[in-house]
Write a protein that binds this ligand. Structure first.
Ligand code: F6P
Length: 333
């Protein structure tokens, strides 16, 4: 259970706009629902823009209501759709967008997305002064200032379900499998999935471990006694790495199959954890806007809501916890 701060109302709000932006993440709908229902219960209207910043720039907003956000809590993806918008990099476009929002009576914007989307939110506020609040919505969980992001837990569980299945066939055929998980240049999904899936090795982003090194690493552990093994590989920035590594292992006399889980990890019904996280953060976003906060992201740290300046997000890299890295290695040995 996370502690929610009680905040005094300091700012009158009539209308809040909401976007989901960047890669979709299970639980985004739960956040949209929580914002809409919390705001609605206080007489504040909410409007959604379709396709993230693109919709904000190019399309009219559509009203969300207590009933229109019904039955979306359990749905994966985002009913608002999402996009990555180049045009929003232009300060002139940001100014025009703020004018258009103000003309529609919008006095605050909530952005649910990953690091790029939240950095865009900071620039929007810096250029226009329109109050903005960010929520971490990404399966990658790579955003500073929060232990958790909306969608991460579901993605880890989806990958684990696949890994448990792969284990069965790996065992039957005495095979080595390389299972690539998402996370771009961060290794949070790989590390969690590797620990929870009992991986014999975890290759973190862009470690660029070659076949020889991997075999030597595995030979130092109990894996040398096993006929079948499973290695979790973080996708990193080279899309050909996992398949090349499997081929190189074969050339070294240790045949391996590569399995790239890909976008399957982004879909599906959000876990209970992600639904609660999104609901708590969504409701608290409305509290914070009413209390006068702006230019911050809400996350979770040490069991409570934590506020992080949006400006930090583009500048700081969230580090993998050393203790988890050590744990993964101990458990695989
Ligand atoms: O940021 C979320 C994420 O799913 C990453 O893990 C992945 O590298 C990327 O998005 C894929 O993006 P796209 O859907 O544009 O291919």
């Amino acid at each position: 259970m996370w502690t929610l701060p009680e905040l005094p109302v300091q700012r009158e709000l009539r209308r809040i706009a909401i976007i989901t932006s960047g890669g979709d993440a299970p639980g985004m709908n739960a956040a949209v629902r929580a914002i809409t229902r919390t705001a609605g219960s206080r007489g504040i209207e909410t409007l959604g823009a379709d396709r993230g910043y693109s919709g904000l720039v190019h399309e009219p907003l559509r009203p969300l209501s207590m009933s229109s956000v019904g039955s979306i809590l359990q749905r994966g993806g985002t009913i608002l759709k999402t996009d990555r918008c180049e045009a929003f990099m232009d300060p002139a476009v940001r100014l025009q967008t703020a004018d258009a929002l103000r003309a529609q009576g919008v006095d605050a914007l909530i952005v649910i997305g990953g690091d790029g989307s939240l950095t865009g939110a900071h620039h929007f506020f810096a250029d226009t002064g329109l109050p903005v609040l960010g929520l971490p919505g990404t399966i990658d969980n790579d955003i500073v200032g929060t232990d958790d992001s909306i969608g991460f837990d579901t993605a880890v569980n989806t990958a684990l379900e696949a890994i448990d299945r792969i284990r069965d066939t790996a065992h039957s055929h005495d095979r080595l499998f390389l299972v690539e998980v998402m996370g771009r240049s961060s290794g949070f999904i790989a590390l969690s999935v590797g620990i929870a899936g009992g991986a014999e090795a975890i290759l973190l982003p862009d470690e660029a471990v070659n076949a020889e090194t991997l075999l030597a690493r595995m030979a130092q552990t109990r894996t040398r006694e096993k006929a079948s093994s499973l290695v979790v590989v973080a996708e990193g920035t080279d899309p050909t790495y996992t398949t090349r590594l499997a081929a190189d292992l074969g050339a070294q006399g240790r045949p391996a199959r590569a399995c790239i889980l890909g976008h399957i990890q982004r879909g599906g019904s959000p876990s209970g954890h992600d639904r609660v996280l999104a609901s708590v953060l969504g409701a608290s976003a409305v509290d914070h806007l009413q209390a006068g906060y702006s230019d911050i992201m809400l996350g979770i740290r040490e069991g409570a809501i934590a506020r992080t300046a949006l400006e930090r997000i583009g500048h700081e890299r969230k580090k993998l916890p050393e203790a988890w890295l050590a744990l993964a290695s101990t458990l695989a040995s």
